[in-house]
Design a binder for this molecule. Structure first.
Ligand SMILES: Cc1ncc(COP(=O)(O)O)c(C=O)c1O
Length: 392
């Protein structure tokens, strides 16, 4: 028997990478030697001090709670390490009730709207953007307004362009800088304007800071919580995944407005059982020594970024080196008339290199493609060499 899916599931767009995986499999079957630069999942291992701390904690026979539900016997060191990190890194003081630790940010982003949105409410999401913002709205029975990130605005959200009707019904507005997929970065002045907009229209501003630590050439990304009055309307989703090569560990936090933190905590208490204590200890360790562990990881991405951007520019592109994220975002060449799917298919057929078509991030991503830097040096170099042979 085929079980009919819910109206809710019917509303979900196809998973971005499902189509990509199918195309890769088909190309391989045809004998093409495929190199994928499609997915942003760090290839470099988690730094050893973090792994050591996990091993210590899961083996600690003096800790009788070491294998129990992480929510019932939480590790206070983790939220404390988050607070210390925000103080050191941004000069932001967080009270205890302004921090909730999460199993990475994807789950938290998907759950968050359930705490604050009802049917008929609207969530404002960046377009192109990370698909989970919209998915969270759908699960909460709410609608999404896609706010375009345009090149002429340096891919910053234009608050003034958000229609008044949307502002009236909006409960949550998502931002993400450094931005996936456009690689744009925002300064504190932009976050000030975001906070002002949220206060004026009673909209909760949710900043996804998944790439806040993946920055280069001396650039340091600000936190939205540095903006005056931010803790009245804003929360920030921080993740250890990309900063510390910890995607599989599922560790992060949401910080800022205390009532928003409390709402998410209530949803979490009802749908998950917390994080293994060993992971919480390891995450605390990671945050406590983040400043030592992150620069060597970023040095790897910077080197790869340079190879990719310089190779593209030698082949006729003209793109600046991104200051943040683990991606390169580039326009498709003119002869493809703006079709990212046509370019990516042609690239795969002629060179075996897989990149993500911008259209996968919705219509506002059309005309661009994304290269992920989370593949080993030799793979990136091989891919770059193949792209250089493309005749544009
Ligand atoms: C913009 C953005 N936010 C959140 C995430 C989720 O990261 P995690 O759930 O590993 O913290 C990703 C992952 O690719 C992302 O690109």
């Amino acid at each position: 028997m085929e079980i009919p899916i819910s109206e809710r599931l019917k509303k979900l767009p196809p998973y971005l990478f499902a189509d990509l995986r199918r195309k890769i499999a088909a190309a391989r079957q045809r004998g093409i030697k495929v190199i994928s630069l499609g997915i942003g999942d760090p290839d470099t291992p988690t730094p050893d001090p973090i792994v050591q701390e996990l091993c210590r904690a899961v083996r600690d026979v003096n800790d009788p709670n070491r294998h129990r539900y992480g929510c019932d016997v939480p590790v206070a060191e983790f939220p404390q390490a988050v607070r210390d990190f925000y103080q050191r890194r941004y000069g932001v003081t967080l009270r205890e009730d302004q921090v909730v630790v999460t199993s990475g940010s994807k789950d938290a982003i998907a759950m968050f709207p359930m705490a604050f949105m009802n049917g008929g409410d609207v969530g404002i999401a960046p377009a192109p953007g990370y698909p989970t913002y919209n998915i969270g709205h759908v699960f909460a029975g709410a609608d999404t307004y896609l706010a375009p990130l345009l090149r002429q605005n340096d891919f910053l959200m234009d608050f003034e362009a958000i229609p008044h009707e949307v502002r009236r019904h909006a409960k949550v507005l998502w931002l993400n800088y450094p931005n996936n997929p456009t690689t744009a970065v925002a300064d504190l002045e932009f976050f000030r304007r975001a906070v002002e907009f949220g206060r004026k229209h009673d909209i909760l501003i949710a900043h996804d800071a998944a790439y806040s630590e993946n920055t280069y050439d001396g650039y340091k990304a600000p936190s939205i919580l540095q903006a005056p009055g931010a803790d009245e309307v804003a929360v920030e989703f921080f993740s250890l995944s990309k900063a510390l090569s910890m995607t599989g560990w599922r560790a992060g936090c949401v910080v800022g407005n205390a009532s928003a933190v409390r709402g998410l905590r209530t949803v979490k208490e009802n749908v998950d059982n917390g994080i293994l204590r060993g992971i919480q200890f390891a995450a605390a360790k990671a945050m406590n020594v983040a400043e030592e562990l992150i620069p060597p990881i970023n040095a790897i991405y910077r080197r790869r970024r340079d190879w990719v951007v310089e190779a593209l520019n030698r082949s006729g592109w003209n793109i600046p080196k991104p200051k943040g994220t683990i991606y390169v975002w580039a326009p498709v060449p003119e002869k493809y008339n703006g079709s990212s799917a046509a370019f990516c298919t042609d690239l795969l057929e002629t060179t075996g290199v897989v990149v993500t078509p911008g259209l996968g991030y919705g219509q506002w991503g059309e005309g661009y493609f994304r290269i992920s830097l989370t593949y080993p040096d030799d793979v990136i170099q091989e891919a770059v060499g193949r792209i250089a042979q493309l005749r544009l």
